[in-house]
Design a protein around this ligand. Structure first.
Ligand code: AP5
Ligand code: MG
Length: 196
């Protein structure tokens, strides 16, 4: 199994690159943001609860997203690997993910962190907000709140993966294709190193 985490702040291109990566490498894409938005669209109790947090730019409680990831891993027992997008976002989520993967006798092979300046991130998110219908993309205060949450709660978990020497930064500015090429190079190198 090859399990990858795409790491990076809101708007850094995790979703955009994930779409291309799952096509190329056949990984199962697990985006907690997409899963939560599906729950909201279907008006489930979980979705209604999550919406309160998402609309304010805050994180949904750990137990909710960990439960979602757990059931997705169970649903895809035969997968050749997973691409985690927007998860883990807190220390508790990173620890839970390690445990869930260990139960499946696997682990995180690589964490790729998309590095993009804040000005460019704001531009991208506001631009998407014009058409996406995402409630958290239209209000600049909410966008800033998402950055603050990222800095305080999510960025620190990079250290965990740095200690394991599984962490690599990728320049996240440039064309989608250029960034995709750098990501693929990093993945191919790591796949070679972990091949049996
Ligand atoms: P989530 O859906 O994960 O959003 P996010 O992390 O804030 O990031 P985005 O999805 O907005 O950005 P992205 O990095 O995927 O970039 P994208 O490719 O779309 O989370 C939303 C909310 O859900 C959270 O705030 C939280 O409330 C909740 N949540 C989710 N996961 C959670 C968890 N694990 N725990 C707790 N709560 C959780 O690109 C952005 C835009 O830029 C697009 O318009 C794209 O077309 C454009 N773009 C992409 N690449 C480029 C490029 N190279 N050049 C120019 N434009 C580009
Ligand atoms: Mg996304």
């Amino acid at each position: 199994m090859f399990n990858l985490i795409l790491f990076g702040p809101p708007g850094s291109g995790k979703g955009t690159q994930s779409e291309k990566l799952v096509e190329k490498y056949g990984l199962i894409h697990l985006s907690t943001g997409n899963l939560l938005r599906e729950e909201i669209a279907n008006r489930t109790p979980l979705g209604l609860e999550a919406k309160n947090f998402i609309d304010k730019g805050q994180l949904v409680p750990d137990e909710v997203v960990i439960g979602m990831i757990d059931s997705c891993l169970e649903h895809h027992k035969q997968a050749s690997g997973f691409l985690f997008d927007g998860f883990p976002r807190t220390t508790a989520q990173a620890q839970a993910l390690d445990k869930l993967l260990a139960l499946k006798k696997t682990e995180i092979a690589l964490v790729l962190s998309l590095e993009v300046g804040e000005e460019e991130l704001i531009k991208r998110l506001l631009n998407r907000g014009k058409t996406s219908g995402r409630s958290d993309d239209t209000n600049e205060t909410v966008i800033h709140q998402r950055f603050t949450v990222y800095k305080n709660e999510t960025a620190p978990i990079a250290d965990h993966y740095k200690k394991l020497k599984r962490f690599q930064s990728i320049k996240g500015e440039g064309t989608v294709e250029e960034i995709f090429d750098s990501i693929c190079q990093a993945i191919d190198k790591r796949m070679k190193a972990t091949a049996p």
